[in-house]
Write a protein that binds this ligand. Structure first.
Ligand code: NDP
Length: 246
């Protein structure tokens, strides 16, 4: 029997990340889902157990560099490598520029952007060793076209896009691809908290006139993680109901 490929999904216990975990598991990957809260980890563990899914949870704050290094080394050693890395963990701390605090800016950069760097650095050696790897970074349309009240978040997501292109160039000859997916508005805990008025306004800016589903992002991840996507690298795929047409 050939060994299963290992896929790490940060922020894999809720929303888009959870859908990505289920979709990759269905495609035959052994999935490691990373998150911080005991509750979301316990919930996913229960679903995985009840449905005999090959999903293992790992409690970790992705902004803790030392913890990421240690966890990724352990995963690579115990499971014989890391084939796919999905940098999906992300937060928002929205505020208008004039009112945005240093803490709001720094927290978003540490969780969304620095963690992406740390995780890619920790995962690239096992990928290069096997001459096969797929890095998929979940950015946002906010990083592509900007969004009022999200200077911190848009900077983190635009940073991901530039970093991904650089990494794609570094790894292009080594069988490792790196791409971004930029979701538009997707129905998750992150967008649930938006006031109804903002949700309606957002919907009006989407040609498809609806929010996307986490599964619609997961489908794009599955493709980019496949053997068939071997000639695609350094790209940003907007999955946004036509919002940006970028
Ligand atoms: P959710 O808030 O629903 O889920 C976020 C996930 O990330 C949770 O599993 C959370 O678990 C985890 N997480 C957050 N911070 C950390 C951390 N420091 N360390 C480890 N895990 C962490 O978000 P979405 O599913 O909506 O978003 C997923 C990604 O997609 C994010 O990067 C987001 O920016 C991006 N995105 C989302 C859009 C949307 O409309 N929903 C649009 C565009 C992009 P826990 O809290 O337990 O740590």
């Amino acid at each position: 029997m050939t060994e299963k490929r290992v896929a790490i999904v940060t922020g894999g216990t809720r929303g888009i990340g959870k859908a990505i975990c289920f979709a990759l598991e269905k495609k035959g990957f052994k999935v490691i889902a990373i998150a911080r809260s005991e509750k979301s980890i316990a919930d996913l563990d229960q679903i995985a157990q009840q449905n005999s899914l090959d999903i293992i949870t790992c409690k970790l704050d992705v902004s803790d560099t030392a913890a990421v290094n240690a966890a990724f080394d352990k995963i690579a050693e115990e499971h014989g490598g890391i084939a796919v890395l999905v940098n999906n963990a992300g937060i928002t701390r929205d505020n208008l520029m004039m009112a945005m605090t240093d803490e709001e800016f720094d927290e978003v950069i540490a969780t969304n952007l620095k963690s992406c760097f740390t995780a890619m650095r920790a995962a690239c050696r096992p990928m290069i060793r096997k001459r096969w790897g797929r890095i998929i970074n979940i950015a946002s349309v906010s990083g592509v076209v900007g969004n009022a009240g999200q200077a911190n978040y848009a900077a983190s997501k635009a940073g991901m896009v530039g970093m991904t292109k650089s990494v794609a160039r570094e790894f292009a000859k080594r069988g490792v691809t790196a791409n971004c997916i930029a979701p538009g508005f997707i129905t998750t805990d992150m967008t649930d908290v938006l006031p109804d008025k903002i949700k309606e306004m957002a919907k009006g800016s989407i040609p498809m006139n609806r929010f996307g589903l986490p599964e619609e992002i997961a489908a794009a991840v599955v493709f980019l993680a496949s053997d068939e996507a071997s000639y695609i690298t350094g790209q940003t795929l907007c999955v946004d109901g036509g919002m940006t047409m970028c």
